[in-house]
Design a protein around this ligand. Structure first.
Ligand SMILES: C[S@@+](CC[C@H](N)C(=O)[O-])C[C@H]1O[C@@H](n2cnc3c(N)ncnc32)[C@H](O)[C@@H]1O
Length: 226
C-alpha cells in the first residue's frame, strides 16, 4: 500500500490513535516554537503533513497565509471540515515531492509527526530537500523527527526492522503494517548529511526524553534555508 492509500485508510481511525490528541495541537505547536527559541508570526507558512488539521487553525492565527499540504485526500477532507479560516489553502501532494508548490513561497515551514512515517532514508532526504526548496532564502523550517540512538544495538534493531517491516506489510492488510506508516529511523550522522544536502543550516535543536519508538529520541530542529 502506498503512502496515499495508507493514510487515506488511516483517516477514518481515531485521531488520537494515529495522529495525536486533537485537543493538544495548539499546545504542541507553541511548545515546538518555544523549545527552539522562536515565536514566528506573519508571512506565509507551509505545513507539510497537516493531517486532520490539528495544528492548522493555530498556524492560521500566526501567519498571513497557510498552505496546508498532505499526501492523503481523506486527511485533507477532514482538515477542510475542521479549519475554516479564510487564509488557509489545502492541497494534496505526492510522497517525497511538493510538485506544484512554487520555489521560495514560504517564510516558515512546519513538519511535525510526519518524517517518522517516511519509509526510507532517501524519502526523508528528498522531503527535507523539498521543504528547503519551497522556503525563501533565510526562511526557517521547524521539524520534529525521531532519531536512532547511538550504538550497535540500535543499528542491529534497525537492520532487523528494515527486513521485518516489508515482510509484515505483505502479510497484513492493515494500514498500520504498511511501510508508509511504520517509517524508518535515521542516525544523527545520516540526519546531518541529509540536512547538509538539502542546504538547511541548523539554528537550534532540542530533544525530548524519548520517543514512542524503540531505540529513538524525539528531536526538534529549527533550520534555516541557505
Ligand atoms: C501522524 S499525522 C500528523 C499530522 C499533523 N502534522 C499533526 O501533528 O497533527 C501524519 C500526516 O502526514 C501525512 N503524510 C505522511 N507521509 C506524507 C508525505 N510523504 N507527504 C505529505 N504528507 C504525508 C499523513 O497523511 C498524515 O496526515
Amino acid at each position: 500500500m502506498d503512502a496515499r492509500g495508507t493514510w487515506d485508510a488511516l483517516a477514518s481511525a481515531e485521531t488520537e490513535e494515529v495522529v495525536g490528541d486533537p485537543a493538544r495541537g495548539r499546545e504542541e505547536l507553541d511548545s515546538l516554537f518555544a523549545r527552539l527559541g522562536a515565536d514566528p508570526h506573519g508571512g506565509a507558512c507551509v505545513e507539510l503533513g497537516c493531517g486532520p488539521g490539528r495544528m492548522t487553525g493555530a498556524l492560521a492565527e500566526r501567519f498571513d497565509r497557510v498552505l496546508a499540504l498532505d499526501v492523503s485526500p481523506a486527511m485533507l477532507e477532514r482538515a477542510r471540515r475542521a479549519v475554516t479560516a479564510e487564509n488557509v489553502e489545502f492541497a494534496a501532494v505526492s510522497a517525497g515531492s511538493l510538485h506544484g508548490v512554487p520555489d521560495g513561497i514560504a517564510d516558515v515551514a512546519i513538519c511535525y509527526l510526519v518524517l517518522q512515517h517516511l519509509p526510507s532514508r532517501a524519502a526523508v532526504g528528498s522531503t527535507l530537500g523539498e521543504l528547503a526548496r519551497v522556503l525563501v532564502p533565510g526562511g526557517q523550517a521547524f521539524v520534529q523527527l525521531p532519531v536512532l540512538d547511538p550504538g550497535a544495538r540500535p543499528r542491529l534493531w534497525r537492520l532487523a526492522r528494515s527486513l521485518a517491516v516489508p515482510l509484515l506489510a505483505r502479510l497484513s492488510p492493515s494500514p498500520r503494517s504498511a511501510r508508509a506508516f511504520r517509517g524508518f529511523r535515521l542516525t544523527a550522522a545520516e540526519l546531518d548529511a541529509a540536512l547538509s544536502a538539502a542546504r538547511l543550516r541548523l539554528i537550534a535543536r532540542d530533544e525530548g526524553p524519548d520517543a514512542p519508538y524503540r531505540y529513538s529520541r524525539d528531536v526538534f530542529l529549527r533550520l534555516e534555508r541557505l
